[in-house]
Design a protein around this ligand. Structure first.
Ligand code: PHE
Length: 469
């Protein structure tokens, strides 16, 4: 049976519009802010290696599954899954998976926006030359001042949510394409400039070694599943925007003719390249200026400004860098809100503008928790062998990246590869009954579920029970 639906929310103008938008969703704070600090917290090379494996073996196949579902259902993720489940004769409860994604989206956006707010603040801090000749102590002090002031954090958070609401209320398609077309390449070039600077620092090789050479001694002290694999897998989901419906809703605007496989590889390669470049730019600076790689969420905000303060035209490059990072965060934030908005339009008969305002308000309110996590409500705890210092922010982050997104991905993988009929997925992927199709199916049927299930089993202490560490 061939399904020919169209989305009431519109369609991308071309395949490249989709690739750009999805890359805009994938490339964001996850690559430049989260990837380096997790790498630092989890000891470098081994984490990076496992991360890359997770992207290839789990991330890309699940991304393909998500786009396949989105394009077939052509509605909000909740209704897409409901429709496809009905067509395939499956339980109607599957639509709860869509709900889980919407909830994950709200939680992620709520803290994502606060961090994006730091980026906004840093545009002005760098732009006014605050970091000229700054040393590590001074840079740290500026950062601490910012995060210990809830009023400032709230103001920037509010501005960022409003910016997100403006774009989503106009429909993610208008404007986004233009924005991403210029800003992504610009960000990329600026990252290369940063890498260039990093190469001139004393400890460039130390940074590279840290990033790419697994330290086996350190690895032996760690629990592989909980301390390396779990955060790496979570980061793969977070960075590729998968497991919650963001890529699914973008897939629902994709033309029937476009190749899902080609698109996914392009998006994943772009996303991974940006993360690796960010790592190459940051760690040499971290080591050269004697910063702590495991410095936590402040890592790039403390380390990069020191470099801007030293390099020629640093104020200019620094300002530009934070502007571009802000745009990268913006194009990701809109994809976090879009699934909820489309559902409100479809099921609550709201206009797009009203739906966006309501969804934005929910995310904004939830963001207050993160605002306070860095100051009044701060508390610390240990997770995966790492000391986390920002209580509820860290809990939100761990809950979404390490639990909700992988669980969402696991269920999506099971849904598309075990429950949907093979003919439906063959038809939608457009690869025929080829080798490529079978490789995809094997990955979503076995590899992805195996990886996620191992982690969850480990989390509930299953391996300890069997006598493994
Ligand atoms: N992928 C985005 C980033 O790396 C964050 C994101 C996660 C966006 C989940 C949408 C869905 O910054």
């Amino acid at each position: 049976m061939s399904v020919k639906r169209s989305s009431i929310h519109g369609q991308w103008s071309s395949r490249w519009a989709f690739i750009l938008a999805a890359t805009g969703s994938a490339v964001g704070l996850g690559n430049i802010w989260r990837f380096p600090y997790l790498t630092g917290e989890n000891g470098g090379g081994a984490f990076v290696l496992v991360y890359l494996l997770c992207v290839v073996l789990v991330g890309i196949p699940i991304m393909m599954a998500e786009i396949l579902l989105g394009r077939r259902g052509r509605q909000s993720p909740i209704n897409t899954i409901r429709t496809i489940a009905a067509e395939e004769g499956l339980s109607r409860h599957w639509h709860l998976l869509g709900w889980m994604g919407v909830i994950a989206g709200f939680i992620i956006l709520s803290y994502y926006s606060v961090i994006a707010g730091w980026t906004l603040a840093y545009i002005f801090r760098t732009g006014t030359g605050l970091f000229v000749d700054a040393d590590a102590v001074y840079s740290k002090q500026i950062f601490t001042e910012l995060i210990s002031d809830p009023e400032k954090l709230l103001a920037w958070h509010t501005i960022f949510i409003l910016m997100t609401i403006v774009i989503v209320s106009r429909g993610v398609k208008s404007g986004l394409e233009q924005a991403v077309k210029f800003l992504m390449p610009a960000l990329f070039i600026l990252l290369l400039v940063m890498v260039g600077y990093a190469m001139s620092t004393e400890k460039f090789m130390e940074g590279i070694t840290y990033l790419f050479v697994p330290d086996f001694e350190r690895l032996a002290e760690k629990n592989f599943f909980a301390d390396i694999f779990l955060p790496a897998l979570g980061q793969a989901f977070f960075s590729l925007s998968i497991g919650m419906g963001a890529i699914m809703i973008y897939g629902s605007y994709l033309s029937q003719k476009s190749s899902i496989t080609f698109n996914c590889f392009t998006i994943a390669i772009a996303d991974t390249t940006v993360a690796i470049l960010a790592g190459i730019a940051i760690f040499p600076i971290v080591f050269t200026y004697g910063l702590e790689p495991a410095g936590g969420p402040g890592l790039i905000f403390v380390s990069l400004p020191i470099a801007f303060g030293q390099m020629p035209f640093g104020t200019f490059f620094g300002t530009l860098f934070f502007i571009l990072l802000m745009f990268a965060a913006w194009t990701s934030a809109i994809s976090l809100l879009e699934p909820a908005v489309t559902w409100l339009v479809e099921n609550r008969n709201m206009t797009r503008v009203k739906a966006t305002a309501l969804a934005g308000l929910i995310a904004w309110s939830l963001g207050l928790v993160t605002v306070l996590s860095f100051n009044h409500w701060a508390f610390s705890f240990t997770f995966a062998g790492v000391m986390k210092e920002n209580g509820l922010f860290d809990i939100f982050d761990i809950l979404t990246s390490n639990i909700l997104l992988p669980l969402g991905g696991l269920l999506l993988a099971i849904f598309t590869s075990w429950l949907m009929s093979k003919s439906s997925t063959v038809e939608e992927l457009g690869l025929g009954d080829s080798r490529a199709y079978h490789a995809w199916r094997f990955a979503v049927r076995y590899i992805a579920p195996f990886g996620v299930i191992m982690i969850f089993l480990n989390a509930i202490g299953f391996f300890k029970l069997l006598g493994f560490n």
